[in-house]
Write a protein that binds this ligand. Structure first.
Ligand code: ASP
Length: 365
């Protein structure tokens, strides 16, 4: 499977020959809460020790016996990335509560829209569940032929976690801090490469905001998830990116990559030495990434309620709370683990991103 996706990111300005960021004009950076979060082809792997089961297995109507077989959680990005990590952490206790195995299936590609599109048309029986992040609210403004409508084609289960992002670089990138990185990016804009997980992904949005703040564009390298993007950053094949603490904390601590800033108002307890973007010279640069679980529209209430109860229990699980904290995040407060709060977040984020992305000139195929 090709993990490095050559998505064409077309600039509106004619005549450019290199693949470049296409945003800039009019991206409002001030205090933007990128409440978000999360490969051509799919890989299936178990959460915990569960055995793989393909999605699309014979569906059956939900009854009082739901669930009575393996449940698939679709992650619309590659294995090993932040969305995958969060999903696997909650899938295990959710499976215990539901009394069934939960298998995590990675369907990366097109900034998360490939996997989301598959779930939109899956059987409405509760056996195919989508974990998605902010990409659900950015996709409609970027993709002309998006095969689903976020508010109409899914039922929401509940919000999961809000994850800070970090601006990171390959370990031998010369700048030693964020101020120096900004100068370096300005001075080397024609040669630097920025990795992200496809148009609309959190890493893409954070990059748009960063380039807007710095006032330049660099070459974008889209992947099918920031799992493989991180592999290339560690290997030095790309220069820098912006990714969630759930994917960067360990690598920064190990010295495998350079951490330049965390994108929240306060420093992060998991990375206490990492300055905030504001401390590093980017005032009001705030980005956090929300995640939520979805099922196809018309999935029965009973299924939604059972998944919601299992999600609530998982977010209180001590292992989940501890691991989330180690990765720089935390479960959302319990009153947000509801379909209503989730739908409201999705609706407000769709409204937030539409004008910003349209004004940016960013597009996706
Ligand atoms: N969450 C990542 C992003 O939006 C992608 C991933 O989970 O791999 O960039």
């Amino acid at each position: 499977m090709r993990q490095h996706e050559r998505i064409e990111v077309r600039p509106r300005t004619p005549g450019r020959t290199r693949r470049r960021g296409t945003f800039l004009a009019g991206l409002a950076v001030a205090s933007l809460l990128v409440s978000a979060c999360a490969g051509g082809g799919a890989t299936t792997a178990p959460a915990g020790s569960a055995a793989a089961t393909p999605s699309g297995a014979a569906s059956q109507p939900a009854t009082g016996s739901y669930p009575n077989r393996t449940i698939n959680f679709v992650v619309p990005f590659n294995a090993g990335g932040p969305t995958d990590t969060v999903t696997r952490l909650i899938a295990e206790p959710m499976g215990k509560t539901l009394g069934q195995q939960i298998v995590v299936q990675n369907v990366g590609g097109a900034g998360g829209t490939l996997g989301a599109g598959q779930v939109a048309t899956a059987a409405k029986d509760g056996y195919t569940v989508l974990m998605h992040h902010i990409g659900m609210s950015t996709a409609p403004a970027l993709y002309k032929d998006l095969p689903f409508k976020p508010l109409e084609d899914f039922r929401t289960i509940g919000l999961v976690t809000d994850v800070p992002m970090t601006i990171v670089g390959k370990k031998d990138l010369p700048p030693g801090d964020l101020k120096a990185l900004i100068d370096y990016v300005k001075a080397n804009k024609d040669t630097l490469t920025y990795a992200h997980a496809g148009p609309g992904a959190a890493s893409h949005l954070c990059g748009l905001l960063f380039m807007q703040a710095v006032g330049v564009k660099v070459t974008e390298v889209p992947y099918t998830g920031t799992g493989p993007a991180m592999t290339d950053l560690v290997g030095g094949q790309v220069d820098f990116m912006c990714d969630q603490t759930t994917n960067t904390t360990g690598q920064i601590k190990d010295g495998a990559i350079k951490g330049y800033a965390v994108t929240t108002k306060e420093r992060n307890a998991a990375l206490p030495d990492l300055p905030t973007a504001a401390e590093g010279g980017l005032p009001n640069f705030e980005v956090t990434v929300w995640h939520g679980l979805y099922v196809p529209k018309d999935t029965p209430d009973e299924v939604v309620q059972k998944l919601n109860a299992a999600l609530k229990a998982a977010l209180k699980d001590q292992n989940v709370v501890t691991k989330f904290a180690e990765l720089g995040t935390a479960p959302v407060p319990e009153d947000q683990v509801t379909p209503e709060a989730h739908t409201e977040r999705l609706r407000s984020q769709l409204e937030l991103w539409k004008p910003i992305l349209e004004a940016s000139g960013a597009t996706a195929p």
